[in-house]
Design a protein around this ligand. Structure first.
Ligand SMILES: Nc1nc2c(ncn2[C@@H]2O[C@H](COP(=O)(O)OP(=O)(O)OP(=O)(O)O)[C@@H](O)[C@H]2O)c(=O)[nH]1
Ligand SMILES: [Mg+2]
Length: 327
């Protein structure tokens, strides 16, 4: 198949997913996970990659801070404003019990009949490269079909920094009395978010204290007065998904940022490069990646990162079979 034929087949496959609604999307995601080496899936993902329209919001923070409850509340806000919303709930495999489904842990109360909301749970499989390699292809497909994709990920640790590699906006959630999170932030373990939120504001004074601590920690971590992008202080909001207070303001702040960010082509290209690199290192080690990296044509990586990944992957496998030792 020529490149042009692959592009056309990919675009047609994407249109079928679009027309088929949530059921078709769930099936397409399952196929991509099951057959990462299938060129037809890669062509479809490349078409989705080129059709990117949605904004990806990463919601991160320690276990139990209220990320899922907040996601549920945000979905309502965004839906009320007419945006179509998809969610990737990343469930750390270590916390899965006997393969139990995420089910009630997602805490999402959305109407299953609403075609404008789609939720996908995913195991992080940290040992296999973590969030970026597993969630990014799904995110690429979802953002071609939805206006907003929320990625909920637990963690202080690897997924914490990886979220910055897949999301356009990173929101760090902390709860009242969350001393640990603040310590991590001061120590620079937590990546500087674009926005920080203290959840469970219905707890009153402790929430306000946590917000003040968070402002302090962010300014220490940033080392230059809490400066985020463009030198502005990183906003710290408080909200309660329980009472609804502050949720609309958070949604507004996020929408405002999306409007301001404008063209995301460069940061998306960066996401693709990082994903390719991670996937290849996962398969062939860093030595192997170094040997394969000259196959990573930047033009192709901007046009069809998924087909390129398969091509380079096959070269790595062939090299392995003839005695090339990537590590
Ligand atoms: N008081 C209060 N409790 C809340 C609020 N939001 C969530 N909770 C509670 O906090 C607990 C954890 O909420 P989740 O939304 O599951 O938190 P999470 O961060 O998604 O948790 P993990 O995904 O397990 O890391 C639950 O018992 C919620 O009922 C809130 O606004 N106020
Ligand atoms: Mg959760």
């Amino acid at each position: 198949m020529s490149d042009a034929e692959a592009d056309a087949a990919g675009a047609a496959a994407l249109e079928r997913v679009r027309a088929g609604g949530k059921r078709a999307l769930a099936q397409a995601l399952a196929r991509c996970e099951a057959r990462p080496d299938d060129p037809a899936q890669a062509a479809m993902l490349d078409a989705a990659w080129r059709a990117a329209k949605g904004h990806a919001i990463g919601l991160t923070g320690p276990p139990g801070v209220g990320k899922s409850t907040l996601t549920d509340a945000l979905i309502r806000q965004f839906r009320a404003k007419g945006a179509r919303v998809a969610v990737i709930a990343v469930d750390p495999s270590s916390r899965r019990t006997g393969g139990a489904l995420l089910g009630d842990r997602t805490r999402l109360t959305t109407d299953p009949a609403d075609a404008g909301v789609f939720v996908r749970s995913m195991a992080a499989r940290a040992a296999l490269g973590g969030l970026a390699t597993t969630a990014w292809p799904a995110l690429v497909l979802m953002r071609a079909l939805f206006d907003i994709v929320i990625v909920e990920t637990v963690g202080v640790g690897q997924s914490e920094t990886e979220i910055a590699d897949v999301a356009d906006t990173v929101v760090f959630c902390a709860q009242p009395g969350a001393g640990d999170a603040l310590q991590y932030m001061k120590a620079g373990i937590i990546e500087i978010p674009h926005l920080a939120v203290v959840t469970k504001a219905d707890m009153g004074a402790p929430a306000q204290r946590a917000a003040a601590d968070l402002r302090g920690a962010l300014s220490l971590a940033a080392g230059d007065g809490g400066a985020g992008e463009g030198g502005a202080a990183i906003p710290v909001l408080t909200c309660s998904a329980g009472t609804g207070e502050g949720i609309e303001a958070l949604a507004e702040a996020l929408l405002e940022r999306m409007a301001k960010l404008g063209d995301l082509n460069d940061s998306r290209a960066r996401q693709a490069t990082i994903w390719l690199r991670r996937a290849l290192i996962e398969g062939f080690g860093s030595e192997g990646f170094a040997r394969l990296s000259d196959c990573l044509d930047p033009v192709e990586s901007r046009h069809s990162p998924f087909l390129l990944a398969q091509r380079v992957w096959r070269r790595g496998v062939v090299a392995l079979s003839v005695g090339f030792t990537p590590q």
